[in-house]
Design a protein around this ligand. Structure first.
Ligand code: SF4
Length: 668
């Protein structure tokens, strides 16, 4: 059986970007792990309990329209007709640049493809997805140096490598199933190096643990390169034949001696030397990173430094790979389908007129808008300034997920039209003029792309509740009401077929193959012989230490960072409605070091107020293994009321570094 080799219906996990497949028995609703790739018979708690939120009593079942302070039920026909009329009026009055879309990293490729198609046919590139909040820094750096903004190798390669460097990334909690590959490497003698600002769960499995001061990653990376170059440990043949810019790097890292780096990062010089040598002598290696690297003001430069390390050692193709590990189950697919305001599908820049016209021709128009749209993280100021009047959100919750969330919430009140398609009445949906109820992951079909670029088909298990519909059906209704041509799809595969035509890597592949096995595009392993640059060579880019946007001071003496918990996901709208997951940790906490707790007179379990320049939160204190001067809050609750919305070059906020203060609540 195509849909699950007879063991249940095969469905892609709705949570992280690792892309596990679940086998669901439609009658008993039991979830089992799929034995094949990529999860090889394993699931984490989120996957095991993935059905619980689907059957929550909180599911939206009918379209709703805001009247006064409350919502009233409305028919689909009336909702779509009123929304499309209002959108057309706004475009007529203010131009297409006054409307914007937020696509979703949780809906299918087909649905994301439709969102950007609608936006661009209406004349705007104001279409973005939450990759902007996480790995857009990686995309910018990887495209600049290697040619493609994606993970270079499949997960299965991890087991073969001599060393794995895990940097600003805690897979044991964020992508638990990838740990089987990492531990596979360790069992075969591979060395595991973990670099983070706190002692994470992943560190327990490490051979080398480097706890660094927040925001000093570039100094550490440059010091590692300094040891590799000065010790003649780099791969000369690779550097000469496959890269450009080596002399720039050699000069750039000269001053970053391990002794200098020790003063900046807090990591002992001897440990830096040892780790650099171990990684260089391993013969093959991977660098994996997460939000700890990208969600900084220096996010793009941090990734450039990691790429430089891999280039020095020639860790590409059979010898190694780069793994920017994606957070949500279809964040890779959403970006690939073109829901980024500076890229067409396939990360093709808007300036590529040949490809742009090819897409336009396929959609029955002459050309598409060429100017980049607002980044999602720029929407809020644009709304407050009056430049954006309408916002259409599919399956995202920016009132909780975006930095400086109070500003986001204020902006949401200023719109002439806010439409939200979702499963639940999220904090964002409460601001909407119209709420459209959407089907959950197992109530529809379609494809998703995981972090290793594997496109996988997800089959339907059950019908959506009430009048809720798959997002693609809602979008087709909207497009037709807007008078857009090219939306004559009768089933989801019609959309799949259309996006297949856009990508050369899918030209000779079939939907049957996709349904049966999945397809990794363009190939499982990139850059085996050459890079995707104009001369086929990768480019070194030397980077200097960049200091965080907000320095701690007398008023705000601590550094606040955000972290993830194993049982929660994103803004918690799904996992908090899963009783089995919610009971593992229901209340938000702030992690604080024993030393700081003593200094502030705080005991484990005390309630405290944490404040930044943007807001304050009441939280329970939890004493943890975290360095003095740093406090951490799980991002799934309302941590973003506090976080800094200063943007880096890729438009990603500095979620990971805010100056903060803490005080105990004496009496309540
Ligand atoms: Fe789902 Fe990720 Fe857990 Fe796999 S590791 S079950 S994809 S949340």
């Amino acid at each position: 059986m195509l849909n699950g080799i007879g063991m249940g219906v095969r469905v892609v996990c709705p949570y992280c970007g690792f892309g596990c497949n679940l086998l669901i028995d439609p009658k008993s609703r039991r979830v089992k792990p799929y034995p094949g790739e990529p999860n090889r018979g394993k699931l984490c708690p989120k996957g095991l309990y993935a059905l619980e939120h689907v059957f929550s009593k909180d599911r939206l079942k009918h379209p709703l329209k805001k009247e006064g302070e409350s919502f009233r039920r409305i028919s689909w026909e009336k909702a779509i007709s009123e929304i499309s009329t209002k959108l057309k009026e706004i475009i007529e009055d203010y131009g297409p640049g006054s409307i914007a879309f937020i696509a979703s990293s949780k809906v299918t490729n087909e649905e994301n493809y439709l969102i950007q198609k609608i936006a661009r046919l209406l004349g705007t590139n104001n279409v973005d997805n939450c990759a902007r909040l996480c790995h857009e820094s990686s995309v910018h750096a990887l495209k600049l140096t290697l040619g493609d903004g994606v993970q270079t190798n499949p997960y299965s390669d991890l087991e073969r490598f001599g060393a794995i460097m895990i940097w600003g990334y805690n897979p044991a909690e964020t992508h638990p199933v990838v740990m089987q590959y990492i531990l596979g490497a360790k069992r075969r003698g591979g060395k595991i190096i973990v670099i983070d600002i706190r002692e994470t769960l992943t560190m327990r499995f490490a051979d080398y643990r480097l706890v660094i001061k927040p925001g000093t990653d570039i100094t550490l990376a440059n010091a590692i390169m300094n040891v590799i170059i000065e010790g003649n440990l780099y791969n000369k043949e690779f550097v000469e034949s496959r890269t450009t810019g080596f002399s720039e790097i050699r000069m750039g890292v000269k001053k970053y001696t391990p002794e200098y780096a020790e003063k900046v990062t807090g990591v002992p010089a001897e440990l830096i030397r040892e780790v650099a040598e171990v990684f260089a002598k391993a013969g093959s290696g991977a660098i994996m990173w997460g939000m700890g690297i990208t969600q900084q003001i220096s996010g793009v430069e941090n990734v450039l430094a990691l790429v430089d390390i891999a280039l020095l050692l020639g860790y590409f193709g059979e010898k190694g790979g780069l793994y920017p590990m994606r957070g949500q189950n279809n964040v890779q697919g959403a970006a690939y389908m073109g829901t980024l305001s500076e890229f067409l599908p396939g990360y093709i820049p808007l300036s590529d007129s040949k490809f742009r016209r090819k897409v336009a021709k396929m959609w029955g128009v002459e050309d598409l808008p060429t100017e980049r749209g607002f980044y999602l993280t720029e929407y809020w100021d644009a709304i407050l300034k009056g430049d954006l009047k309408a916002l259409y959100i599919v399956g995202e919750n920016p009132a909780v997920s975006d930095a400086n969330a109070l500003k986001v919430r204020k902006a949401l009140t200023k719109l002439d039209l806010l439409v939200v398609q979702d499963l639940f009445l999220t904090k964002t949906a409460r601001f909407a003029h119209y709420i459209l109820p959407a089907a959950a992951f197992c109530e529809k079909e379609g494809s998703y792309m995981n972090s290793e670029r594997r496109i996988q088909w997800s089959f339907k298990v059950c019908d959506p509740p009430g009048e809720s519909k798959p997002d693609w059906e809602i979008l087709v209704m909207l497009a037709r009401a807007l008078g857009l041509k090219g939306f004559d799809y009768s089933k989801v595969e019609d959309i799949t077929r259309e996006y297949f035509k856009l990508f050369p890597a899918l030209r000779n592949r079939s939907i049957e193959e996709l349904k049966a096995r999945g397809i990794i595009i363009p190939a499982p392993r990139l850059y085996v012989d050459s890079f995707n640059t104009h001369d086929g060579k990768a480019r070194f880019v030397a980077v200097e230490q960049i200091m965080p946007w907000e320095e701690p001071n007398g008023e705000y003496p601590l550094i606040l960072t955000t972290v993830r918990l194993i049982n929660h996901y994103n803004t918690g709208e799904m996992t908090r409605r899963s009783p089995s997951l919610a009971k593992m940790s229901g209340e938000s906490v702030v992690f604080i070091s024993r030393e700081d707790a003593r200094e502030y007179g705080i005991e484990d379990g005390d309630y405290v107020i944490v404040e930044t320049r943007r807001g304050s939160l009441r939280l329970k204190a939890k004493i943890a293994k975290i360095q003095k001067g740093v406090i951490a809050i799980p991002f799934h609750f309302d941590a973003n009321l506090l976080t800094n919305d200063a943007l880096n070059k890729a438009g990603t906020p500095e979620f990971k570094f805010s100056a903060a203060r803490i005080r105990k609540i004496e009496k309540e």
